[in-house]
Design a protein around this ligand. Structure first.
Ligand code: A3P
Length: 282
């Protein structure tokens, strides 16, 4: 097991203190990211991995379609910090609005996003389901490294030695900006409980004027079942792994009692008393 951990550590490179997967990010791209030119009508979706970014990306694409009748096409891999270092040059040609998803801390966003006061939607999901989803993603998708066991993944997750680093560091960093004027916060669990209400809030925040009927249509197209059924068509071979289970509370199938307590203690230590801690369905 030890050698597997050592092997895994080679799959990351650290940039400004955070581990990123070598298969998806490079330091050249991070350097180029500093030159990224934001537009005030860009749409930023920020989340820790596995908190539902593809779900919200789909909802926003449907909202764009509803108001413009143009199908939203993203010619690049949607995660801003992933890909080759030329992508920011190419992105200058993309029509507005551009949807930029990111797993970066607020502090690590390119300055231009902050200068243009671009609207940012931050998505959170409780850390237990997030960890379980992240584990399955590594172990289900054939082309990315797998972990020897759930226990091993849990250990690395708690240490922040996973792709994009610590869930808790991400949460602490974003917690300071949830009340910023250009930032809106949404919870996976709330969207799951009331999809229509969530879509309405997202539409209002980004200024899409849509009718109740349009919201109902988008809602029907954005359920887990609807998205999973189309996942191969929309996301290729990785689709069924991206739309795996889509439930709240799946952590109960993997967490031991000790792991549950360890996570509860960490949450209490780092997030209880913060505005994020109070809002999260934990
Ligand atoms: P699970 O692995 O728990 O199923 P991301 O898009 O950020 O990678 O997040 C992926 C997680 O969001 C997966 O969680 C996936 O099933 C879930 N998800 C995607 N679309 C969803 C939807 N329409 N409804 C509920 N959950 C969804």
């Amino acid at each position: 097991e030890k050698s597997k951990e050592t092997a895994l550590s080679r799959l990351f490179f650290t940039y400004q203190g955070i581990p990123y997967p070598v298969t998806m990010c490079t330091s050249e791209t991070f350097q180029a990211l500093d030159t990224f030119e934001a537009r005030s009508d860009d749409i930023v979706l920020a989340s820790y991995p596995k908190c539902g970014s593809n779900w919200i990306l789909h909802i926003i694409s449907e909202l764009i379609f509803a108001v413009s009748k143009k199908k939203y096409e993203c010619p690049e891999f949607p995660v801003l910090e992933c890909g080759d270092s030329e992508k920011y040059q190419r992105m200058k040609q993309f029509p507005s609005p551009r949807i930029l998803t990111t797993h970066l801390h607020y502090d690590k966003l390119p300055g231009s996003i902050l200068e243009h006061r671009v609207k940012i939607l931050v998505i959170f999901r409780n850390p237990k389901d997030t960890a379980v989803s992240f584990f399955h993603f590594h172990n289900d998708v054939p082309d990315i490294p797998s972990y020897a066991s759930w226990d091993e993944f849990f250990r690395q997750f708690m240490k922040g030695q996973v792709s994009w680093g610590s869930y808790f560091d991400f949460a602490i960093n974003w917690n300071q900006h949830l009340d910023d004027e250009n930032v809106k916060f949404i919870l996976y669990e709330d969207l799951k409980e009331n999809l229509t209400a969530g879509i309405k809030q997202i539409a209002e925040f980004f200024g899409f004027s849509v009718t109740g009927e349009q919201i109902q249509t988008i809602s029907a197209q954005s359920t887990f079942q609807a998205m999973r059924e189309k996942s191969q068509e929309t996301h290729g071979a990785v689709g069924p792994f991206l739309f795996r289970k889509g439930e709240v509370g799946d952590w109960k199938n993997l967490f031991s009692e000790t792991q549950n307590q360890e996570m509860d203690e960490k949450f209490k230590e780092l997030l209880t008393g913060t505005s994020l801690g109070a809002k999260m369905k934990y």
